[in-house]
Each structure stands twice: as C-alpha cells, then as structure tokens.
Design a protein around this ligand. Structure first.
Ligand SMILES: [Zn+2]
Length: 318
C-alpha cells in the first residue's frame, strides 16, 4: 500500500488490520450496514462483486487458522439437572496430578444443601454412549420398519379408500339437494319458511360431512407422521453412536428425551414410549440406572411384529 502512496495520517504505512478492514469493506459493493445487518445502499458499488469475491478467496487462504480460545469446550453444558436438588449442572475445568486439563460437571447447588459429587465429562459421555447403543438398531432393521410403515400406510389407504368415496358421494348428494331446493324456491313452489328450514338442515349436514372428511385425512397423519419421524431419529442414532461428537449427542437426547438428570454420578433421561420399546426389545429391561417413561400405546403394538436387533444385545452396563 505504501508503494502506492497510501499511508496513515501520521505517515506510517497502514497496519495489517486496517488493510484487512479495507479489503472486507462491503461499502465498496454498495452495501450499507444498519444494526449489524447489510442492506443494498443508495449509492453505486465501486468494486465488482466478482473482484470482491476473488479478494475474499485469497484472504481466506492466507488467513492463519485461528486457535480456538476454548481448547476444551463444555459439550454438555446446560444439559442436565441435579437429581437430588433440581439445580442445574454446570461445567468446570480441573487439572489432574499429571497436569492434564479435563472438564467436569457439578450441581450448582442453587437450591441450598446438596450432597451430589462432580461427574467427569468422560464418564458422562460414556454413559450417554451406552444410552445411544441401547437404542441403536442395525440399518437393515430400520429399513424393515420403514417398509412396514409403507405397507401399513398402503393397506390403510386402500381400506379407507371406500370410506372416503362414501363420504364424497354423500357430500355430492347433499350439494345436489341444496341446488334443487334453491331451484324450487326460485320457482316459488315452496314457502320461504320451509325453504329456510330445509336449507338450514342441509347446510348443517354438509358441515358435518366436510368435517368428517377433514378428520379422516388427519387421522392418517396422526399415526404415520410420528412413526416416520421416529424412524428418522433411529437412523440418526445409529449414525451418532459411531461418532464421538458430544455436542450432537447432547442435541439428539434433547430432541428425543426430556428432563435429563444426574444423580449419584449417573445420568437418566425420560424418553418416549417408542424409545422405551426399542431399548427393551433390544437389550431386555433397558438400563437399570435410567428411568424410562413407559406407557402402553397403540403405536407400540403396531411394531410388535417387527423384529428388533439380536436378543443377546451388545450393550455395556454402566
Ligand atoms: Zn444438587
């Protein structure tokens, strides 16, 4: 820049940061900034977007990889509450006697006295992995479930097809009656009072028929959609189990479960009945330390004839 005669006010060459600032300035593209958001400005750009993007590319390749300030992020922060006092579990660093830094979780003891001890992140991760494994099914089993759902849906569609047709016929019949009634009334063949009375009846009948038709479509969605989204989560679980991506594990459990708690160094999660079913079908009684909400549901009986993994299971007890 100095070679081109561009200096700071004090005559010194421009600093790296200032040059970076200039090269990144969206104003040259004709943008204006308002509360951190860019908008098209009212003036013409002085750089072509192509040139601007080319510069950004070069800048990116020259950029030194920034060291993350957080060497050990707390992956499970905000994940669980204390099973004893209900306080949130918070995260902290510690260094062991070999000088290795590690993260651990402990009760904030916000609600007063609490006897719970800390839990190391590794230990928590191991438990969550065990939970993931307890509901992780082989690909082919998940595929079987998907096929089964497709099959049920198709059976349902054909069985219900008749009912839907019947409803449609009734709705058409109702409309014809209404049309006829109006025609008769216009021909002055019936009294206004009778006309209004009959019309009222027909209109009400029509409203109920339309409602039945809507409910019918809705009923199908009510059972198909939860099952499909459950199978999607099963797939996700099978993938996650193979990774060590703690953050994604946390997000997964937050999605499928509720009220994660840590008590006596053990994590427990309430999750839905379908998960409960998978865990019990896969490994017997599920984890003794985890409390699983259990309810009987028609959804579960739907799956009763689908085999789930091998009965020996490959779970690791915590
Ligand atoms: Zn506590």
């Amino acid at each position: 820049m100095a070679d081109h005669g561009v200096y700071q006010k004090n005559g010194k060459p421009l600093g790296k940061a200032s040059v970076n600032c200039i090269l990144n300035n969206r104003a040259y593209l004709g943008f204006t900034k308002h509360y951190g958001e860019y908008f098209p400005g009212s003036f013409l750009p002085i750089l072509s977007p192509t040139l601007f993007e080319a510069v950004q590319k070069v800048l990116k390749t020259r950029q030194k990889p920034r060291k993350s300030k957080i060497a050990h992020p707390f992956h499970f922060l905000g994940f669980a509450r204390c099973g004893e006092c209900g306080g949130m579990f918070t995260a902290q660093y510690s260094t062991n006697r070999f000088g290795t830094k590690y993260s651990y979780y402990r009760c904030t003891k916000k609600f007063g006295v609490c006897g719970q001890l800390y839990l190391q992140e590794n230990a928590l991760a191991t438990q969550l992995k065990t939970l993931l494994q307890s509901v992780s099914l082989p690909r082919e089993e998940i595929l079987k479930m998907e096929n089964k759902i497709d099959e049920w849906e198709n059976e349902n569609i054909s069985a219900r097809g008749g009912v839907v047709q019947n409803l449609k016929d009734k709705i058409r019949g109702n409309q014809e009656k209404l049309d006829k009634l109006v025609a008769i009334y216009l021909d002055e063949d019936i009294e206004r009072e009778i006309y209004l009375e009959r019309k009222d009846l027909l209109m009400r009948e029509k409203a109920s028929l339309l409602e039945s038709e809507r409910d019918f479509g809705q009923q199908r969605k009510n059972w198909v959609e939860p099952l499909r989204s459950f199978v999607l989560s099963l797939k996700e679980c099978a993938d996650l189990e193979k990774t060590e991506n703690y953050l994604e594990w946390k997000q997964f459990f937050q999605k499928i479960g509720s009220n994660p708690e840590i008590k006596d160094k053990t994590v427990s999660i309430h999750w839905g009945e379908l998960w409960d079913f998978v865990a019990s079908a896969k490994g017997g009684s599920g984890l003794p330390s985890a409390s699983f909400a259990s309810q009987n549901s028609p959804l579960i009986s739907n799956f009763a004839n689908v085999s789930l993994g091998d009965s020996t299971g490959n779970r690791t007890q915590i």
